[in-house]
Design a binder for this molecule. Structure first.
Ligand SMILES: NC(=O)c1ccc[n+]([C@@H]2O[C@H](COP(=O)([O-])OP(=O)(O)OC[C@H]3O[C@@H](n4cnc5c(N)ncnc54)[C@H](O)[C@@H]3O)[C@@H](O)[C@H]2O)c1
Length: 258
C-alpha cells in the first residue's frame, strides 16, 4: 500500500523548489495533491503529475491574502472531498541587509509571506483537518533555529523561529483533534530561491563563516529539494504517527559545525 493512498494534500509554494517536489512525491505516494502558488508555473507541475498518472489540481493563490486562501481551500475540498495533509511551505528570503538599513517595507514583506502566510494557511487548514485528523508540516529553516551566521538575515531568521514556535504550540493545541504538527528545517537546498533574494551592504556585517562542504559531519554538500520532500512525506504519513511538535533538521549535519 502506498504511504498516502486515499489522502488529500494541500501544498503552498508548490510551483517550484521544495513545494513542487513535495507535490510530485506525494502524488507518487498515492495522494491527490492541491498545489497553491502565486506563480502560474504551478499549472505545469500539475500537468506533469497528471501525465505520470497522479491526481493534481493547481490553484493560483497568494498566502498573504485571506480571501485567496479561503477560495483555494474551498476548491480543494470541493474537488477531492477532504483534506488530510497541509504542507505550509511558501516562503521567501526577501531582503538581506544590516538591521539599521532594513526598510520597514522589506520587514513587512518577509513577515507577511513567511509568518502571516503561515498563520493564514494554518487557520484555513485546521477546520478541514479536524474532521478526521491529519498532519500539518510547516516549513521553517536551520536559519533562525540552529544557525545565525548568514549576514543580514535577522528578519528572515525571526520569521522562521516564529514558524518553529508556532508548530510546537499548535502540536499541543491540536493533538486532541488528531492533528500532528511538525516543522521541517532545511539547510542549504539547491532551488531558485536566491533569484528573488535582494542584498544590501552585507560585507561589514559578514561573520566570515561559510558552508563547510568538506566537513566530516556532512555526507554530502548542498542537497536537492527531493531530500526535503522525502522528510515531508514521512511527516505527512502514518510512519510518523508518534511524531508531533518537533523540528526536523534536513541539513546533512551542517548545523553541527556551522
Ligand atoms: N532553499 C533553501 O535553501 C531553503 C532553506 C531553508 C528553508 N527554505 C524554505 O523552504 C521553502 C521553499 O523554498 P524553496 O527553496 O523551494 O524556494 P522557491 O523560491 O524555489 O519556491 C518557493 C515558492 O513559494 C512561492 N511563494 C512565494 N510567496 C508566495 C505567496 N505570497 N503566496 C503563494 N506562494 C508564494 C513562490 O512563488 C515559489 O514557487 C521556503 O519557506 C523557504 O524559506 C528553503
Amino acid at each position: 500500500m502506498e504511504l498516502l493512498q486515499g489522502k488529500v494534500a494541500v501544498i503552498t509554494g508548490a510551483a517550484r523548489g521544495i513545494g513542487a517536489e513535495c507535490g510530485r512525491r506525494f502524488a507518487r505516494a498515492g495522494a491527490a495533491v492541491v498545489l497553491l502558488d502565486v506563480r502560474d508555473e504551478g499549472a505545469q507541475v500539475c500537468d506533469e503529475i497528471g501525465r505520470h498518472g497522479g491526481q493534481a489540481l493547481f490553484v493560483g493563490c497568494d498566502v498573504r491574502d485571506d480571501d485567496s486562501l479561503r477560495t483555494a481551500f474551498d476548491r480543494a475540498a470541493t474537488a477531492f472531498g477532504r483534506i488530510d495533509v497541509v504542507v505550509v511551505n511558501a516562503g521567501i528570503n526577501g531582503l538581506r541587509a544590516p538591521i539599521d538599513r532594513f526598510p520597514l517595507e522589506a520587514f513587512d514583506e518577509l513577515v507577511a509571506t513567511n509568518l502571516r502566510g503561515t498563520f493564514l494557511t494554518v487557520r484555513h487548514a485546521v477546520p478541514h483537518l479536524k474532521r478526521a485528523g491529519g498532519s500539518l508540516v510547516l516549513m521553517s529553516s536551520v536559519n533562525g533555529t540552529q544557525t545565525f551566521h548568514h549576514a543580514g538575515t535577522s528578519v528572515y531568521c525571526a520569521t522562521k523561529a516564529a514558524v518553529s514556535a508556532l508548530a510546537r504550540s499548535l502540536a499541543l493545541e491540536l493533538g486532541r483533534d488528531g492533528i500532528r504538527v511538525n516543522a521541517v528545517c532545511p539547510g542549504h537546498i539547491r532551488t531558485a530561491i536566491d533569484e528573488t533574494t535582494r542584498r544590501i551592504d552585507l560585507e561589514p556585517i559578514d561573520a566570515g563563516l561559510s558552508f563547510r562542504n568538506g566537513s566530516p559531519a556532512l555526507r554530502r554538500g548542498v542537497a536537492d529539494a527531493a531530500e526535503v520532500a522525502d522528510v515531508c512525506l514521512f511527516l505527512a504519513s502514518e510512519l510518523s504517527r508518534h511524531v508531533s511538535g518537533t523540528d526536523v533538521l534536513v541539513d546533512g549535519g551542517h548545523s553541527l559545525v556551522a
